[in-house]
Design a protein around this ligand. Sequence first.
Ligand SMILES: NC(=O)c1ccc[n+]([C@@H]2O[C@H](COP(=O)([O-])OP(=O)(O)OC[C@H]3O[C@@H](n4cnc5c(N)ncnc54)[C@H](OP(=O)(O)O)[C@@H]3O)[C@@H](O)[C@H]2O)c1
Length: 254
Amino acid sequence: MADRLDGTVALITGASSGIGEATAVELAALGASVALAARRADRLVALAAKIRGQGGTALVLATDVTSQQQASEAVERTVSELGRLDTLVNNAGAMLLGPVVGAPLAEWQRMVELNLLGLLYCAHAAVPHLLSAAAEDPRHVADMVNISSVAGRVVRNGSAVYNATKHGVGAFSESLRQEVARQHIRVSLVEPGATATELASHNRPEIQGQIRQRFGSTQRLHAADIAEAIGFVVTRPRRVAVNEMLVRPTEQEA
Ligand SMILES: NC(=O)c1ccc[n+]([C@@H]2O[C@H](COP(=O)([O-])OP(=O)(O)OC[C@H]3O[C@@H](n4cnc5c(N)ncnc54)[C@H](OP(=O)(O)O)[C@@H]3O)[C@@H](O)[C@H]2O)c1
């Protein structure tokens, strides 16, 4: 039977849209108090109001996780204002596709700084608090869920640096999992396939055209489908760790 998350606190990065927003709603419905981190504070304020309207507790943290200081402050404010940290969902990310030849270096820098360094900063700040939570009631287990992608498993022409960042997330997650497994922190990797969010809209127009061509006829996942998968991962009994979960749309072949 699934455990609920009553009495626990979850921090979700990239909570202002897409998968992060849906995950905040899901974890709040499961009983967690949620801390919402992203740069667009207006979106977070609206989401917090929605969660409070449904009887939940939500904290707004206007945060750019590519700043080590802001990432660390988001974790520390979660603990000081909500009392603890049981679950970190490292979700903030960008997918900027296209060939290596002639690629704008700023796109690569953005993905490395956000998908890798931002995730690492949040993980570094959170682990001590996850260790404390894992030693305490109500669950005696804590969770870090890192959001990778099918691109963390399958390499494609035109996706080199996104592939590199998401493979990096997978490698980091598995190493950290081994490091903290005995202390009952579960480090899990969730790998979505094509999901209807804002993600692709940040690409250059010609790249957006190529993405549409590739996925145009595929029925995409809803953000809530991935949020449910994350909810499943973090509500397993203490003895069960879902290390990795690959969730594609039924129609997605590769
Ligand atoms: N959609 C898909 O098909 C798909 C597939 C596989 C994996 N994923 C992964 O799922 C995760 C979520 O993506 P999504 O699809 O939900 O896309 P999305 O709607 O574009 O969400 C991305 C989130 O990241 C936040 N973010 C961006 N830069 C940030 C920064 N510097 N600091 C803090 N937050 C930042 C954004 O908020 P602000 O702009 O407000 O900061 C937004 O909330 C990503 O890691 C992505 O790689 C998505």
